[in-house]
Ligand binder design. Structure first.
Ligand code: FRU
Length: 494
């Protein structure tokens, strides 16, 4: 694989040298250049956190998947590592697709399970795919030895990919997504005693939605006394505010124990309501937190950065997952994000009159905003923040809509990026307060509502010039009880 990796590095260095940084993330993981999609192999191994990702080092489009790699001792500052995988064996000829990483029992070897991808006709998906689960091992998480195929499925299945592995008791478990012969999206479960020989156990889950023909990137993990199955169904149609993106990620909750069936106890719901959130993957950190990274990108809508800027796609910040009292999944920026704060502007309680706006910051490139709205004392139809606001009037609008009871991101007046809006239903607590945490990077917005009960994640690519932030009320007044803006530093060590 050495030769292929050297070529990949050479290409990425060229893209990096010509990269336009106007929208390139400051505090989100991204490749130095080229295309990225799914986070892969998120893990902790020999004292470092590792995040790999689907990566095409040759252009800003999805093709010839490699695995890019970054690592960190603290999930605050990250180091760019050499590209970890390139297609180099027959089984992964057309791509080293998504997968996961675990550590051997003695902690000395990293085992990576990934999908070896081949197009049946050698050029595209038209005549189907040939997908198998492969193993690679490493002593340092940097250079890997491919061990070949460990799981081969029925040849007629067109989709069979994205292994996620974990251990319970003496047994290793692997789930991955499949498209059944009846064209239904399923999650298959395999087990192993030695990490190398894998046996079919059961079909853990079949999506009750008959439109879902493939479940990409399943992730199955315990939270409290429940098990959460996160997956990305391909096929479901638009439904109200849901499934508006070409690709959407969601989850179900249930109970499970080794040898038992998964019993679903909570209906499917989207995990994030923005334009750009897909293929998330989680791991358990040494202190017991369930931490997830998602991909911000799009297979369907060309991104403005893809054209001329030399890069495409980034990951979300790390999100700590929990189940709330209603049994729903919550996601909150990991505490480490707060360590990136370098200065804070306290704006404090503010009351806005009818149709009023207030400039908070003249130029913000990377900020973490905390905002609390007293809904009982607010009459505005919508209240929110215009971010990435440039002199020409372009901006993206992060808003609370009192008529719809939703928090959203409206891209209608964004400079570049998707123009539509996306919004999540919110449930203000008994005190009728709505808390928003909004992370704004050079090209993205992540909104976390009420301790993470809803999240909305979208790209936002501003015009040239200073990027202001303005608070505004529409057709009514707004009572803001708490408001501060923290500036964030870069995550990069190199
Ligand atoms: C999801 C996905 C995976 C696949 C990978 C290929 O975004 O399509 O199913 O392994 O991306 O890059």
């Amino acid at each position: 694989m050495k030769e292929q990796l050297a070529k990949a590095e050479e290409s990425v260095a060229k893209l990096q040298a010509n990269r336009n940084d106007r929208w390139y993330p400051t505090f989100h993981i991204a490749a130095p250049g080229g295309w990225i999609n799914d986070p892969n192999g998120v893990s902790f191994f020999k004292g470092r956190y590792h995040v790999y990702f689907q990566h095409n080092p040759f252009s800003t489009h999805h093709a010839t998947m490699h695995w890019g790699h970054v690592s960190s001792t603290d999930m605050v500052t990250w180091k760019r590592e050499p590209i970890a995988f390139a297609p180099s064996i027959e089984a992964d000829r057309d791509g080293v697709f998504s997968g996961s990483a675990v550590s051997s029992d003695d902690g000395d070897t990293m085992y990576v399970y990934y999908t070896g991808h081949r197009w049946a006709n050698g050029v595209n998906e038209d005549e189907g795919n040939d997908q198998v689960q492969c193993l690679a091992t490493s002593q340092d998480a940097i250079s890997f030895e491919k061990q070949g195929v460990v799981v081969r499925g029925p040849e007629e299945l067109p989709h069979f990919r994205d292994p996620k592995v974990w251990k319970m008791g003496d047994t290793w478990y692997m789930v991955f997504g499949a498209c059944s012969v009846e064209n239904r999206g399923e999650v298959w479960l395999y087990t192993s005693a030695n990490m190398e020989d894998w046996e079919f156990d059961s079909i853990l889950f079949r999506d009750p939605d008959p439109e879902a023909f493939m479940l990409e990137c399943p992730d199955f993990f315990p939270l409290g006394d429940k098990w959460v199955l996160v997956y990305c169904p391909m096929g479901p149609a638009i439904s109200g505010y849901a499934n508006r993106n070409g690709h959407n990620a969601g989850y179900v909750v249930g109970t499970w124990a080794p040898g038992e069936p998964f019993i679903q106890t909570k209906q499917y719901d989207l995990e994030d309501w923005g334009h750009n959130f897909y293929a998330p993957q989680s791991f358990e950190s040494p202190d017991g937190r369930r931490i997830q990274y998602g991909w911000m990108g799009s297979f369907n809508h060309p991104l403005a950065s893809q054209e001329a800027d030399g890069w495409s796609g980034q990951l979300t910040v790390g999100r700590e997952l929990s189940l709330n009292a209603d049994g729903a999944l919550t996601a909150w920026p990991i505490a480490e994000v707060e360590d990136l704060r370098v200065s804070t502007t306290e704006i404090g309680p503010v009351n806005l009159g009818f149709d009023e706006s207030l400039r908070l910051v003249d130029d913000a490139t990377a900020v973490d905003i905390e905002l609390e709205i007293d809904l009982a004392a607010t009459t505005a139809n919508r209240v929110g923040l215009q971010v990435h606001k440039t002199e020409d009037g372009h901006h993206s609008y992060v808003y609370y809509d009192d008529l719809a009871g939703r928090v959203g991101i409206d891209g209608r007046l964004s400079y570049a990026g998707e123009s539509g809006y996306r919004a999540a239903a919110v449930n203000p607590g008994a005190d009728n307060k709505l808390q928003l945490r909004i992370l704004v990077d050079r090209g993205s917005i992540e909104v976390f509502v009420n301790h993470g009960e809803a999240t909305v994640t979208s790209f936002s690519f501003p015009a040239d010039g200073p990027r202001a932030i303005e608070l505004c009320s529409e057709a009514g007044t707004a009572a803001i009880t708490d408001l501060r803006v923290h500036s964030l530093r870069s995550i990069w060590e190199n």
